[in-house]
Design a protein around this ligand. Structure first.
Ligand code: ATP
Ligand code: MG
Length: 173
């Protein structure tokens, strides 16, 4: 019998989202269904969005409402969108349809206080048995780390951007 894990990839080093994508691939390889929810996306055309389409029926990818840059002047509106996105994620978790549910860049919703931590931790730790949840993003709150079964902190040692090397397809997007 499988034991559902709460997994967190956090820290300021590169590799959090790509680690979660790697896990999605690994599960899909076993024919296990994955729901991959991206809470924040920049303006780039992300390669993973197209790659994942080739796994139709195995990996369901959802990009939550535009404007999730947290740079909006309308904080109320941001908070409303965040709650809406979280409601959607909760429904996917509760559906029990998925072997793994990925909440990519979800930590920011908690870090900026867009959604309440307590009910969120409750959902993340009381999910359908055997289902794994993966959360990525910087600034993961301490209590999320306490609640998790697996935490990896990506630590930035070097990044090409610091040497003036611009973002490249297949590397950053
Ligand atoms: P990736 O999507 O490549 O796995 P990530 O999810 O760990 O990276 P995020 O914190 O989500 O990284 O940041 C997204 C973007 O910021 C990526 O394009 C990434 O390359 C870049 N980035 C991540 N870490 C650093 C860093 N230490 N310095 C500069 N840019 C970074
Ligand atoms: Mg990321």
């Amino acid at each position: 019998m499988s034991k559902g894990l709460l997994i967190v990839f956090t820290g300021n080093g590169k590799g959090k989202t790509t680690a979660a994508l790697g896990m999605a691939m690994r599960a899909a390889g076993h024919g296990l269904k994955v729901c991959f929810i991206q809470f924040i996306k920049g303006g780039w055309h992300y390669g993973e969005l197209d790659a994942v389409k080739r796994f139709a029926g195995l990996i369901d990818l959802h990009v939550m409402g535009k404007g999730f840059t947290w740079k909006s002047d309308n904080i109320e509106e941001d908070a409303r969108l965040a709650r809406e996105a979280w409601d959607f994620a909760r429904t996917m978790i509760a559906s029990g349809l998925y072997h793994t549910v990925v909440l990519d860049e979800f930590t920011y919703l908690l870090h900026y206080g867009m959604i309440a931590l307590d009910p969120c931790l409750d959902t993340l730790t009381n999910h359908p048995s055997g289902q794994h949840i993966v959360v990525t993003g910087r600034y993961a709150p301490e209590r999320l780390l306490d609640a998790a079964d697996l935490v990896t902190e990506m630590h930035a040692v070097k990044h090409p951007l610091t040497s003036g090397i611009k973002a490249q397809p297949g590397i950053e997007f």
